[in-house]
Each structure stands twice: as C-alpha cells, then as structure tokens.
Design a protein around this ligand. Sequence first.
Ligand SMILES: Cc1cc2nc3c(=O)[nH]c(=O)nc-3n(C[C@H](O)[C@H](O)[C@H](O)COP(=O)(O)O)c2cc1C
Length: 291
Amino acid sequence: MSVPILNASGCLDALTAPEVARSLDAFVTKTVTPLPREGNPPPRIAEADHWMLNSIGLQNPGIDDWCTGSFPRLRALGVPLWVSVGGFSASDYRLVCERLNELEEVEVVELNLSCPNVDEAPETAAELVAAARAATAKPLYAKLSPATSDIAESARAVVDAGADGLSLVNTIRGLALDPETLRPRLALGPGGASGPALRPIALACIHACANAVDLPIVGMGGIASGADAIDAIAVGASAIALGTILFSDPAAPARVRAELDAEVASRGYGSAAEIRGAARGSPSTAISSSN
Ligand SMILES: Cc1cc2nc3c(=O)[nH]c(=O)nc-3n(C[C@H](O)[C@H](O)[C@H](O)COP(=O)(O)O)c2cc1C
C-alpha cells in the first residue's frame, strides 16, 4: 500500500491548477468559514530561501458561496475532496460541518484549529472538535499548531473529543524584516512560517503525537522531496501533504511520489507504509534541553 500524497490547505487552488490537483490522492481546500472573509491587508506573503511567511487571514467566500460556487466545480475534478473548516467559535465549526454533512462527495473534514493569523475561538481545540463531531458523521481530522508546550496532550484531547485523524502541523508564528527599512515585511507584522525551516519542528510534533495516539496522521511542514517524506513517515505519518513547495514546484506531487518509491525500494522495503513508525517508540520528549 502506498502512502497518500495530499496538498496542504491553502497551498493549491485546484480550480486554477486542475492538473496539479489531479496528481494528488486527495485535494484539501483552503479553510472555509461561515461568512465570507477578505483576509488580511497586503503584503501578506514574504519569502526567503528556507521559509515562507504568510498572513492571508483565512480569505474565503464563506460556506454559502462555497457550496454553490466552488463545490460543484471541485466535485467535477473527480479527485477525493477534503474540506478544511475554520471559525471563531464552536458554533461556527458546528454550522460549517452541518452544511458539509449534506454533501456526499466531501470525504473528510479537516478542522483548522490552529491558524496563527486570526483571532482564536474562546473554546479549547477539544471543544471545537466536539462541536464538529455533533454536526457530522464524516471523518474528522484535527489540524494542530506546533506552537504548544505539549502537542501529545492536545492530540489525546482532540481524539477523546471525537477526531478520527490528525493533520500535523500548521504554520508557526514568525516575523521577517525588510533589510532596508527594518520594518516587518508583512502588513500586520508577524505571520505563519512554513517551508523547510518548519520541517524539524513538524517531525518532532508528528513523532510525539504518533507515540501518544493510534490514529492516521497527515504529516506536513517543509516536505519537498522523497527523503523528507520518508522522515515524516518514519516518525508516524500515514499520509503526507505538500504545502510551500507547490508554489515553486507545482509538479512536486509526481516528483515526490517517484522519489519516495525509489527511496523505499533502495532501502529494501516493499512499500512506504512499511516504514511507518520506524522511529516510533524512541523518546519523543526531552527532560532537559540541550542549551
Ligand atoms: C500561503 C499559505 C496559506 C495557507 N492557508 C491555510 C489555510 O487556509 N488553512 C490551513 O489549515 N492551513 C493553511 N496553511 C498552512 C499549510 O496548510 C501547512 O500546514 C503549512 O504551510 C506547513 O506545510 P509546508 O511547510 O509544507 O507549507 C497555509 C500555508 C500557506 C503557506
């Protein structure tokens, strides 16, 4: 069995790049909220060699327009569809999940519980999952932030609240300055950091959660090659998602799959899935840090 390759939410517009969406095992939408959102003011993306910083602010058409406008066109692509859901309260999550529950072609609901660029809901992640769970029978994946002191504890809490899987990880808050003006490069100052710089952080999170709970995990965070994918699978990912790499290399899904298959064969495994958890069981928390 091969390991599915998805896109990371917000990193691919399937309607403008349908051939890229069709090269994935499932397409994950940008986060949809109850009401339309224009997002944050520009500039809201800054890039460097090893990271990208974004502060898009959950720009989306809102669930009503999404259902009538985007959904029929996404369904027509014929790619399994995951919908990312966001909001600012438990009732927001419940409302969007109720609407999605009516749409047969929506295979999975991914709960964005961790956007660093908007105000957070007052409820805990577990309470948001519980609200979504009450509204839909569809599989629910909880997307967690790496910026937490104990992500394994968060994983246990969302699993107890009814999550069927985890998506790990979202971006982590960062700041970039313009070298000339020494002012922040993004209009709102900080943004969510993604790309290769996020990879070791993501690996530690996937490792900690895979040691804590026995659920499927979509691993993401700086994955750009077959070797990166192997690492994510070895720490416990059962699927991987490509995010920032898609902006510079839209052909990454096919390339990463080919690299992954070659790595698997050269290591003498029959399939990538056999590598899952090779690093599991090893310590995932440090008692004392190295500095
Ligand atoms: C431009 C941009 C927009 C994003 N929008 C969303 C979003 O709408 N919802 C979400 O859950 N994550 C969003 N993310 C986070 C990604 O899905 C992913 O978790 C993160 O970028 C880490 O993966 P990567 O390093 O491979 O990009 C966004 C990331 C970027 C770079």
